[in-house]
Design a protein around this ligand. Structure first.
Ligand code: OKP
Ligand code: ZN
Length: 347
């Protein structure tokens, strides 16, 4: 399987995130992608190619223009106010419900971070924009290889993307790599694109971006948002809106879920995707379902990932894998490659 990868991911390296009541070292580190790439090479999964630059247009098909301007300038704005020795983090939010307004974009960077960000765990750093646009190019380049006829392509994106909405960053995500690729595939002529999100966390950004649409099916297996981040989206009663009614399927699972529960939910997800009949499948590939993941509470084992890859291949659809989460760095590359090799063996 071809892997698309850029070293530019290393330009995004946050110092700290607010977690468990204190500023802790970030878990979304450059070592994650470095470890996955090393394992891709060691296991000879296939060739590794750099991304092509697609520019701003495909980003603007998914994200708000003002949001993209904010992200591009956020670091310069931050250091003009606070200097370069700390990362930008929001701390005051325009909470929905009318008690605070979201029809005013503040001038100051601290106000803007709260307006466009939804958590205090996603630091904006000197290289965030460059790394995020490179990750989007990694996803888009993978999508282009799929339209060229590849059966499966792995876009090794970092930072991840599935929490980023049209005008929101958070959950370590800035640009929604999977959504940008899916929209680009639609724009290239795909009539139906399915997104299967197997990251441990709900892909709230991806769901929101396609919530009104019948041409992009969003199916997600994730920790029950009643227990787990992002808390405020990802419930089973969210099924789409308007034309999109019936084209979102959330399968929330309780803390402690192992393969017996996960595999059954995966079969439901795959049956829905099969019924949809997509031209292309985009997989938001998070490996934080692993039993030793430091921030997650599912119990999948390494031996479960080849089985997952095998089942995905049995959909018999051109498939783009877009890398998302996974924080047990020592096992991340192994688990990722096990899944992708399981797909290849069945494809
Ligand atoms: C990003 B991706 C845990 C704090 C969790 C946010 C998690 C973002 C996950 N105590 N903070 O979906 O893997
Ligand atoms: Zn995750």
């Amino acid at each position: 399987m071809l892997t698309i990868y850029s070293d530019d991911h290393r330009l995004h390296h946050g110092r700290g995130e607010l977690m468990d009541g204190v500023i802790m070292p970030v878990v979304e580190t450059p070592a994650r992608a470095d470890q996955v790439l090393a394992r891709v090479r060691a296991a000879a999964l296939g060739p590794v190619a750099p991304p092509v630059a697609f520019g701003r247009a495909p980003l603007a098909r998914v994200h708000d223009g003002g949001y993209l301007d904010f992200l591009e300038g956020a670091w310069a704005d931050w250091i003009a106010t606070h200097g370069p020795d700390t990362d930008g983090l929001p701390m005051t939010w325009p909470v929905v419900g009318g008690a605070l307004r979201r029809d005013r974009l503040p001038e100051s960077i601290d106000g803007k971070l709260g307006y466009y960000g939804f958590d205090a765990g996603t630091p904006v750093t000197a290289g965030t924009w460059k790394a995020s646009t490179a990750a989007a190019d990694v996803a888009l380049t993978g999508a282009a290889r799929v339209t060229d006829g590849a059966r499966g392509v792995f876009s090794l994106c970092r930072p991840p993307g599935h929490h980023a909405a049209a005008d929101l960053f958070g959950g370590y995500c800035f640009l929604n790599n999977a959504a940008i690729a899916a929209q680009w595939l639609c724009d290239q002529g795909a009539a139906r694109v399915a997104i299967l999100d197997v990251d441990y966390h709900h892909g709230n950004g991806t769901q929101a971006i396609f919530y009104d649409r019948a041409d992009v099916l969003f199916v997600s297996l994730h920790a029950d948002p009643s227990q787990e981040f992002p808390y405020f989206l990802g419930y089973a009663d969210e099924t789409g809106r308007g034309d999109g009614d019936g084209f979102t399927l959330n399968l929330p699972l309780r803390w402690g879920t192992d393969w017996s529960g996960y595999g059954a939910a995966l079969d439901r997800a795959l049956a829905r995707i099969d019924g949809f009949g997509p031209d292309v499948l985009v997989v938001s590939l998070g490996l934080d379902t692993f039993e030793r993941d430091p921030i997650s509470r599912f119990r999948l084992r390494s031996s479960d990932y080849p089985v997952m890859g095998d089942r995905l291949a049995r959909l018999r659809r051109p498939t783009l894998f877009v890398f998302e989460g996974g924080y047990a760095v020592d096992a991340l590359g192994e688990n990722t490659v096990l899944l992708l090799a399981g797909f290849e063996a069945a494809a």
